[in-house]
Design a protein around this ligand. Structure first.
Ligand SMILES: C[S@@+](CC[C@H](N)C(=O)[O-])C[C@H]1O[C@@H](n2cnc3c(N)ncnc32)[C@H](O)[C@@H]1O
Length: 281
């Protein structure tokens, strides 16, 4: 990717990923031979290091990857260790066989949370994931399928102040945004690449709720891919405008309660568990 999306982990991601993993963990098979798991789009590495690693069997290691070079090097500085290491990977790469990650494949587990919506060519991403999995290997995905956040991008991209930095905003809108039935499209992709679907649902109206407005603002910041394009001194004012527009269009809501206020960020996400079939014969 030409630019560097801001890569941090936010409450929004961690709250929902933990719920999904609690639900799906029992269905995963841990008797596999390959003891390396791949995390695609690890961002800051916080989730890989603080949540994912502790859930895995102790003899398994994680290769955490991201397409953003600075995110990979920051995460590696913070967390590189015996069971967790970091490498750059664009999961939408045209030639996955030419990447450093390919040399470490196959992987028995691939996780990707809140990252794949940034890959416009979903077919290529899933083909690559299929190639990277060992036979019998499994993948778990959480992919944002709809949010008014992306409508907010559109409004911001039209504003004279920010348009220069957001010319290609459509590249960062989830490819499922306009679909009525994203799980159907996802299932078609799986069929095409040869992965078998164990679980797939489009969970609507997921609410990330916090009583601290700053958590919600940090979420808007953490999943915003445009900040890296603009001079540092403009970034806070950009985020303020994003937050204002997000309240206006209903991405963010504030509810006044007797004991204080509660802030809510609403989105839909595909939750999926897929398996690569064993080779026949
Ligand atoms: C919002 S962060 C998710 C971080 C982490 N997975 C979590 O749940 O906390 C999304 C990450 O996806 C990465 N990303 C975007 N496009 C990618 C691609 N084509 N290949 C790999 N990573 C990508 C971004 O650089 C960003 O760090």
């Amino acid at each position: 990717m030409g630019m560097e999306p801001r890569a941090t982990s936010s409450g929004l991601q961690r709250q929902f990923v933990s719920l999904v993993l609690r639900e799906l963990w029992q269905a995963l098979d841990w008797k596999c031979e390959d003891r390396m798991a791949l995390d695609v789009g690890c961002g800051s590495g916080d989730f890989s290091a603080c949540d994912l690693l502790s859930r895995l069997p102790e003899d398994m290691v994680i290769l955490a990857t991201d397409s953003c070079p600075s995110a990979v090097s920051r995460a590696a500085d913070k967390y590189d260790g015996t069971r967790l290491c970091f490498l750059e990977l664009d999961i939408g790469a045209a030639h996955i066989e030419d990447t450093g990650v390919w040399r470490l494949a196959p992987f028995s587990k691939i996780f990707s949370f809140f990252s794949l919506h940034w890959v416009q060519n979903q077919r290529v991403a899933f083909q690559n994931i299929n190639k990277l999995l060992s036979p019998g290997g499994e993948a778990v995905f959480i992919i944002i399928s709809h949010s008014r956040l992306f409508t907010m991008y559109e409004s911001m991209a039209k504003s004279p102040r920010w348009s220069t930095y957001m010319e290609e905003y459509l590249k960062y809108v989830t490819p499922y945004q306009e679909l009525n039935n994203p799980e159907h499209q996802f299932t078609m992709y799986m069929k095409e690449v040869g992965l078998s679907v164990k679980t797939c649902r489009n969970q609507r109206d997921i609410n990330y709720v916090s009583t601290d407005e700053q958590n919600i603002i940090d979420t808007v910041r953490s999943i915003n891919p445009f900040m890296g394009r603009m001079p540092k001194e403009l970034r806070e004012s950009f985020i303020r405008d994003c937050v204002r527009e997000a309240y206006r269009n209903g991405t963010l809501r504030c509810r006044r309660l007797p004991g204080g206020s509660s802030y809510c960020f609403r989105y839909d996400a595909l939750v999926a568990h897929v398996v690569k079939p064993w080779l026949e014969g």
